[in-house]
Structure formats: C-alpha cells, structure tokens
Write a protein that binds this ligand. Structure first.
Ligand SMILES: Cc1cc2nc3c(=O)[nH]c(=O)nc-3n(C[C@H](O)[C@H](O)[C@H](O)COP(=O)(O)OP(=O)(O)OC[C@H]3O[C@@H](n4cnc5c(N)ncnc54)[C@H](O)[C@@H]3O)c2cc1C
Length: 424
C-alpha cells in the first residue's frame, strides 16, 4: 500500500493552506479531493455570488490577491481560479476525483481508504469544510410536494425556480442576497427572518471589512465559552460588481424592494406556514449591535488619530416593519408561493471517520484544530480559533497551528516546526 507522511482531505482554501506549509517544510503529503481544487466555489455557488469580503482580504500562506481590483469582490468562478492558481504556485500534490471513504487507526498510523485506492499516513488533516451540506429543518419534510424546495448549494438563478412567489427562510448573507435577487427578478418574495448580524457595506467612507480588520475584530482569539453562551449570528452583507455602487442588503433595503418580511419560521404543515412574532425584536437586536459597532469604530478613529481621512460618524437607519409584513400564519398556495428556498445554514457529517473524536452531535471534538487522536487534526471549522477561521483571509492562522502541532508531535522535528513558523 502506498504510504505518505500526511493525508489532507479536501482541496479548498483550508487544505491548500496546510499543503503550502507542509510543502515549505519538505514534508511528503497528499491532498485528496473528491472533486476538483476549490470544488465548492465551482459547483455549489449561485451564478451571481460574489465574495462578501474584499479581494485584498484573501491572504493565504504565500499567496495574496495581485489583481487589478483589490477593493472589489471576486465572483465565485474567480475565487476558484484564485485557489487553483495558489495550488499551482507550489505544485500542491492534489489528487482530484478521489473521495475519502474511510479513515481509521492501524498500528499507530492511519489508513485512508478512497474510491481510488488506500494510503497509510502518520497524520490526517480534515479540511472538508464547515459547510458540508445544507442544514434544512426537519419540518421541511412536511411541505406539500407541489411546492419546490431548494437549498443554496443547488440554486443557480431565478430562472430555475417555478414561476410564482418564493418563500426564503433565513436572512443572513445567503438568504438576504437571494431574496434580493429574486425580488429584483420580479418575484413575490416572502422572507422569514432569523437572527443575523446586520453590516453595512461601508462606514465613514471605508469598507466595513477594512474597519473590522483594522480593529483586529476578525483575527482576535475567540472566547469559546462566551460564544457557546451567546452564539453570534452570521453576517448580513453583500459584495458588488465593478460597475455597481457598493450597497446594503439589510431589512430596510429588502423591505423597500417590496419583500414581505416575517419572523422566524416556526411551523410548517402542508401549505401552511407560521412565523414567530419576533421580527421587531430580531431587527432591534441587529440594529442595536450595529449601533455598538459604529461606536467602536468611532472610538477606533479617535484612537488612531486623523491618520486616515474618514467621513464623519454615521447613524444606523433603524428597521421599522411596514404594513405589508407577512402575517403570523399563511397559506403558501393561496399566497401564490411555488418554491421555498432554505437559507438556514450548514452542517457537517463524517460517516467515513472511524476514529472516536466525534461528539454526540457528530461534530469533531477539538481544541484549536487538535483532536485527542495523535496526528488527527481539523482545519476550517467555524470559530476554530477566531471569527476569521472560516474566511479565506483567516484560515492561515489555524493552518499554521495544526502544522506546527504535527511537526512537533507525530512528524517529530522541532527544526522543521521552526521552518513552518517562518513560512507562515
Ligand atoms: C455561500 C458562501 C459564501 C462565502 N463567501 C465568503 C467570502 O466572501 N469570504 C470568505 O472569506 N469566506 C466566504 N465563505 C466561507 C468560506 O470561505 C467557504 O466556505 C470556503 O469554501 C471554506 O473553505 P474550506 O477549505 O474550509 O472548505 P471547502 O471549500 O468546503 O473545501 C472542502 C473540500 O473538501 C472536499 N471533500 C469533502 N468531503 C470529502 C471527502 N470525503 N473526500 C475528499 N474530498 C472531500 C470538498 O469537495 C471540498 O472541495 C463563504 C461560504 C459560503 C457557503
């Protein structure tokens, strides 16, 4: 059986960042990828999707954006090209079209079984992504089959949905962007709004991500207990094309588009849906948080001094529900709704992982990516060490941590570990 020091599962940004660091340290390894490099950016993103982070915020170990539009937002296909270029730059040993079917311990090493043969390795890096598959509520099974159900990984553009209205469930970046796109296409859109983090595209003349980066918000180490007690909802923001003005997709702008907003979806039976009476509270919480963020930015401006020319402080335009808000209960058929788009987040599954590192919910138990199994690490998990852990721009920190750990444990070479620290 072929043998290597490290098998990395997944050739997205996380797997490639780890591969770069191992390559820099001359560690023999393989990246096993069931599709092509950056597969999710090729086949699981909708046509109009652009990064919500500016192009300059794509810093990977040994690779950064060098294009003509650092403040722009790459479309998904360009992100795939960006990552493929990265892999080529250091000849990443990616084996495409190779699906990992099993990982198990064998005589102190790992046996990695795939649909194209097996490998023995001293270490395994799980880099299969935090967004393995869509998380659709169990209630979806009760929806009338005459109404089409679709998830964001399969949605491409409005023309694929049956004629008629659409219920979009979830108002973070994905739900808000798709509701906006469908309404712009002339559809009647209902949006079930759950908790979200409202972010304007720009504040005081700069991109909001510039402020978050400048304040260190994205790269600050996470207090996991706090995050567990008060989970932070996902961002509500959109990137724009080169010919369009930066814009917001928030509840006021979606409402102005004519989208009917409701609270969280709490009931679904056949064609009947029920929304919680929590829209005003959800919106108020998101607005209050944004007010606090603006204040922090204003304080930051004061602290750094007038080094940067910025516009004066701004105000949050609070959301006020208008008279066409969705009713508490609704018959979708009577309302002309022909499809439901579930923008309700992601989940992960590891049916191939036969090493006892999963918790009761099926998530990998780890601390900063390190599991209790020697040589088994994970990278690219949500909140792995910081908010940016799942971002193109943040995965480098966690890649360095797991590679450093492997070097000083199963790969056993402090000198090599030092070279990795220097490379990252
Ligand atoms: C809609 C959307 C928009 C996003 N926008 C941004 C953004 O603007 N900016 C930003 O910084 N981040 C963004 N992200 C977050 C993040 O950058 C992406 O989720 C990114 O794809 C995560 O990279 P990854 O390498 O961790 O995982 P993935 O890209 O998911 O890569 C995992 C790879 O593992 C492979 N794989 C899975 N199982 C197996 C197996 N059994 N065998 C072999 N291979 C396997 C998959 O095919 C895949 O290629 C976005 C995420 C989503 C979902």
């Amino acid at each position: 059986m072929p043998s290597t020091r490290v098998v990395i599962i997944g050739a997205g940004q996380a797997g490639l960042a780890v591969s770069y660091l191992l390559t820099a340290a001359s560690i023999d390894h393989l990246v096993l990828e069931r599709g092509r490099t950056a597969e999710r950016w090729r086949s699981q993103r909708w046509d109009s999707l652009r990064l919500l982070t500016p192009n300059w915020m794509s810093r990977l170990p040994g690779w950064s954006y060098r294009g003509a539009d650092p403040d722009g937002f790459m479309p998904a296909a360009d992100v795939a090209g960006y990552l493929a270029g990265y892999a080529e730059s250091f000849h990443a040993p990616v084996r495409a079209e190779t699906t990992v079917l099993s990982v198990r311990r064998h005589r102190g090493r790992y046996l990695v079984g795939t649909d194209a043969g097996s490998w023995a390795a001293d270490a395994v890096v799980i880099a299969t992504g935090f967004c393995g598959e869509p998380a659709v509520p169990a209630a979806a099974a009760g929806l009338d089959p005459a109404i089409r159900q679709v998830t964001p990984d399969r949605y491409r553009n409005p023309s694929e949905l049956p004629a008629g209205g659409v219920l979009v469930v979830g108002a973070s970046a994905t739900g808000a962007q798709l509701a906006d796109e469908l309404a712009a296409d002339g559809r009647e859109v209902l949006l079930a709004v759950g908790r979200h983090t409202r972010l304007p595209r720009r504040y005081r003349g700069r991109d909001i991500m510039w402020w978050l980066d400048s304040m260190g918000v994205l790269d600050r180490l996470v207090d996991h207990e706090r995050i567990h007690r008060h989970p932070e909802p996902s961002l509500q923001i959109v990137g724009s094309g080169p010919d369009a003005h930066p814009r917001d997709v928030d509840l006021p702008s979606l409402q102005a588009r004519g989208i009917r907003l409701g609270g969280r979806l709490v009931g679904l039976d056949g064609t009947h849906v029920e929304f919680a009476d929590d829209l005003a509270a959800t919106a108020a919480a998101a607005d209050a948080k944004l007010v606090r963020l603006f204040r922090r930015i204003d304080d930051h401006v004061t602290a750094i001094g007038p080094e940067f020319e910025v516009f004066p402080p701004g105000r949050v335009r609070p959301f006020v529900a208008d008279s066409v808000a969705a009713p508490a209960r609704l018959d979708l058929r009577a309302a002309g709704v022909r499809s439901v788009l579930w923008a309700t987040g992601c989940r992960r599954r590891y049916p191939w992982l036969h090493v006892p590192v999963l918790d009761a919910a099926g998530e990998i138990r780890h601390t900063a990516g390190l599991t209790a199994a020697p040589g088994l690490v994970v990278v690219g998990q949500r909140w792995q060490t910081r908010r940016s852990s799942t971002f193109l721009d943040g995965v480098r920190h966690d890649a360095a941590i797991v590679v450093d750990h492997l070097m000083t444990t199963v790969l056993m070479s402090p000198a090599l570990a030092e070279s990795v620290r220097n490379a990252s």
